[in-house]
Design a binder for this molecule. Structure first.
Ligand code: ATP
Ligand code: MG
Length: 452
């Protein structure tokens, strides 16, 4: 029987089990990833010890999913998910087994796992491979295949269809035909999956090594229409002009061209043009226009991300990038125009906004290197930042208290005046001294009849 190397910490952990007479295996993603040549960050183990027995073996375990037989063992800085061998019957809600029964053998436990590549176990501490469904062969051939009959497996648990599509973003992977064909009939089951789980899988899909494959399957299986109908509507929206692709292919390509490690940019690339179907018009020359589509796209993106219960911060950041994505820098921009752009975008968002622009451009023309206009704009921005030329309200040489000390009553007038001062400084940073700004403030109050 083939054996594989086992991490020292896992070997040591397993002795707690084996010395008490239990068996224990490494399972799941860590085993799959080791055969893929990548190192997994988290470990799942399976054992014939009951959750109570596991709890008594260690001085601290966390009952993370005790109703499914799962506890988490903190061990030498790892958080190890430990699940008692399971066999399951009845999934009337399309997600949770109605009852969890414990299985006697690892083979039985593996048989209820989703895909052959996820149904391989490694004995601990020895490292012998248990592979009853030929998962290693499918990993070598880069094929995603359900353990057993795909229609039955998807009917048991609607999350599995999304997981199949998500795993297809692994480099070079495809979904085996019979497994793929079983996704569409299972959509009513998938529709009942908790939205948080759907979101988690979509995040993993979008963050995958090859998101284009997953996005393609998402559409062809009907899952896109089910969970992201706003994007599905972009299919067939032709754009002409510089564009070779319709809005949906363009969006998919932009998402794939965005940096993998930045979910915010990948999501904003995916949704940046989602308002186009709603804003398309034809101009006098017969060309399509999409006037103000960035604002409509941002609104639609907000409702999609909120529906999927993304954290507020993610929603805000993604929508802001989508709303800002249509800036058009030209060398004739004055420094004041550059400063205004910096304020509107927020200096802290510029890296991402430029990253989105590079992905957007790559998805139109295939061009991937640096973009000359962005390089120039960046260097002008760097110059402005280096000179600390009062950019935000907080950087003004005058604050609300200074105005109050001048006798201006606390209230809306203070905000109005600060805004006016900010505009003045954006036009001419040399005005950012207390004396000059107080002069401007007094003149503004006289002009607007604000009592001082
Ligand atoms: P990831 O890299 O995302 O952690 P993973 O394969 O480890 O991938 P987990 O969600 O951590 O995914 O699940 C661990 C293992 O549990 C899977 O490899 C699979 O064997 C099994 N599993 C997870 N979800 C399901 C499911 N819905 N149905 C059947 N088995 C599942
Ligand atoms: Mg895992």
């Amino acid at each position: 029987m083939k054996t594989v190397p086992v991490h020292k910490d896992l070997q040591d952990l397993s002795l707690f089990f084996t010395r008490a007479g239990f068996s224990v295996y490494l399972v799941g993603g860590a085993v799959r990833d080791s055969f893929l040549g990548t190192t997994a960050t988290d470990w799942d183990i399976a054992t014939n010890a009951s959750p109570q027995a596991v709890t008594s073996l260690f001085h601290r375990v966390i009952p993370t999913g005790i109703e499914h037989g799962t506890v988490t063992i903190p061990f030498r800085g790892h958080m190890i998910e430990c699940t008692t061998f399971r066999t399951e019957q009845g999934y009337s809600d399309g997600r949770h087994p109605d009852s969890v029964a414990y299985a006697a053998t690892i083979e039985e436990d593996l048989s209820r796992r989703d895909f052959t590549m996820n149904a391989i176990a490694v004995t601990l501490p020895g490292g012998a491979v248990v592979d009853p469904f030929d998962g290693r062969k499918d990993i070598t051939r880069k094929i995603i295949r359900t353990v057993g009959n795909p229609a039955e497996r998807f009917a048991e648990d609607g999350l599995r269809t999304l997981r199949a599509v998500r795993f297809s973003t692994l480099p070079g992977f495809t979904i085996e035909q019979a497994t793929f064909d079983a996704i569409r009939p299972a959509l009513p089951v998938t529709a009942r999956v908790a939205v948080e789980r759907v979101r988690e899988e979509l995040v993993k899909l979008v963050s995958g090594a090859e998101p284009l494959t997953g996005l393609g399957y998402l559409e062809s299986s009907g899952l896109l229409e089910l969970f992201l109908p706003e994007l599905a509507e972009c299919r067939g929206i032709e754009q002409k002009g510089r564009h070779r692709f319709d809005v949906l292919d363009h969006s998919f390509l932009a998402c794939a061209a965005a940096p993998r490690e930045d979910l915010i940019v990948r999501l904003s690339a995916l949704f940046h043009d989602v308002g186009k179907p709603h804003t398309r018009a034809v101009d006098d020359h017969g060309n399509y226009t999409f006037h103000r589509h960035e604002a409509v796209s941002a609104d639609i993106t907000k409702s999609v991300l909120e529906r999927l219960r993304f954290p507020n911060r993610t929603v805000t950041e993604v929508c802001h990038l989508v709303r800002m994505h249509m800036f058009h820098y030209e060398p004739v921009w004055t420094d004041a125009a550059v400063r205004r752009f910096m304020v509107a975008a927020g200096v802290e968002n510029l890296d991402r906004l430029f990253s989105l622009r590079r992905a957007d451009t790559a998805a139109i023309s295939g061009h991937t290197g640096p973009l000359p206009d962005l390089v120039e704009l960046q260097s002008r921005i760097d110059g402005i930042v280096a000179k600390k030329q009062g950019l935000t309200l907080r950087d003004l040489a005058v604050n609300g208290n200074d105005l109050k000390n001048e006798g201006i009553r606390n209230g809306p007038a203070i905000g109005l005046i600060l805004h006016e001062l900010h505009e003045a400084v954006l036009d001419d940073p040399a005005l950012n001294t207390k004396d000059r700004l107080m002069e401007i403030a007094r003149a503004f109050c006289r002009e607007k009849n604000i009592a001082t």
